[in-house]
Design a protein around this ligand. Structure first.
Ligand code: SAM
Length: 261
């Protein structure tokens, strides 16, 4: 009997309808699949039913990793590592489809790492990921809403994102206290070219440091009051950070980059 470890965010999916639904959101047949945090292998089993060409899983928990070895034998390749310490761009030479009922305590860290580390080519063709609902709401938030912020801006830079559904706590064991949401992410063909993504992280951090205050102070901090940038991007400095749309943030990151080069 497996005892779920809270420190590793272990809430295992047990609702068969949801498991089926997750594996129907994108093609699996004959594709290379990566699952993050397979746990007891419930979602893994459903994915395997759809006959992928090859399946990899990344599981940090040693006990669960060895159970998966017994359960699935050589049907899957188990990487018994911390996903945060791996470089997927080196592991996968061809595009993979990624599934994950992510450990909630590190879900945004995983996603930010993937986005910030994206080099020229995407190593995935789509991500099907579960988050706590409150985090998913921030990822897909539109500008001019209270959920809009750094996470929305960073995630939407290179990815198109769609919500599939919300999932109730009763779909898991042990039951989490919060609702979850399933999101699907596709690489964008066109996006604003920011040479160093760390500049986007910095610009958004400084702008959202005080999200209720006007833009004047963070703008001056980054651009020394350079009026040309305000005019070029048509920014009204009496607005709040949440009133600036995605595209303007990406352009601001480019302007910041130009200023420093
Ligand atoms: N996919 C399974 C399911 O839906 O039943 C389990 C999901 S559970 C929410 C999260 C899983 O991620 C657990 O199996 C946990 O051990 C694993 N995990 C936690 N932190 C991890 C990390 N840093 N790297 C890889 N796996 C991790």
């Amino acid at each position: 009997m497996i005892r779920a470890k809270k420190s590793l965010g272990q809430n295992f999916l047990i609702d068969e309808n949801i498991l089926e639904k997750i594996t129907n959101v994108t093609d699996i047949y004959n594709k290379t699949i990566l699952e993050i945090g397979p746990g007891t292998g419930n979602l893994t089993s459903y994915i395997l039913k759809k006959n992928p060409k090859k399946m990899f899983v990344i599981e940090k928990d040693n006990e669960l990793a060895s159970n998966l070895e017994n359960k699935f034998n050589n049907q899957i390749t188990i990487i018994n590592e911390d996903v945060l310490k791996l470089d997927e761009t080196k592991l996968f030479k061809q595009e993979v489809t990624v599934f994950g009922n992510l450990p909630y305590n590190i879900s945004t860290e995983i996603l930010s790492k993937w986005i910030i580390n994206l080099k020229k080519n995407f190593w995935f063709d789509c991500l099907v990921l579960m988050f706590q609902k409150e985090v998913a709401d921030r990822i897909i938030a539109e500008f001019n809403t209270s959920n809009y912020g750094r996470l929305s801006i960073i995630c939407n830079w290179k990815l198109n994102i769609k919500k599939i559904c919300d999932i109730k706590p009763s779909a898991f064991f042990p039951k989490p206290k919060i609702d979850s949401s399933l999101l699907i992410f596709y690489p964008k063909k066109n996006f604003v070219k920011i040479k160093d993504p760390k500049n986007l992280e910095k610009v958004t951090r400084i702008f959202f440091n005080q999200r209720r205050k006007m833009l004047k102070k963070p703008f001056n901090q980054l651009f020394n009051g350079d009026k040309r940038v305000i005019d070029k991007l048509k920014i009204d400095l009496t607005m709040r950070p949440q009133n600036i749309n995605l595209d303007t943030y990406y352009k601001l990151a480019c302007e910041y980059e130009n200023l420093r080069s």
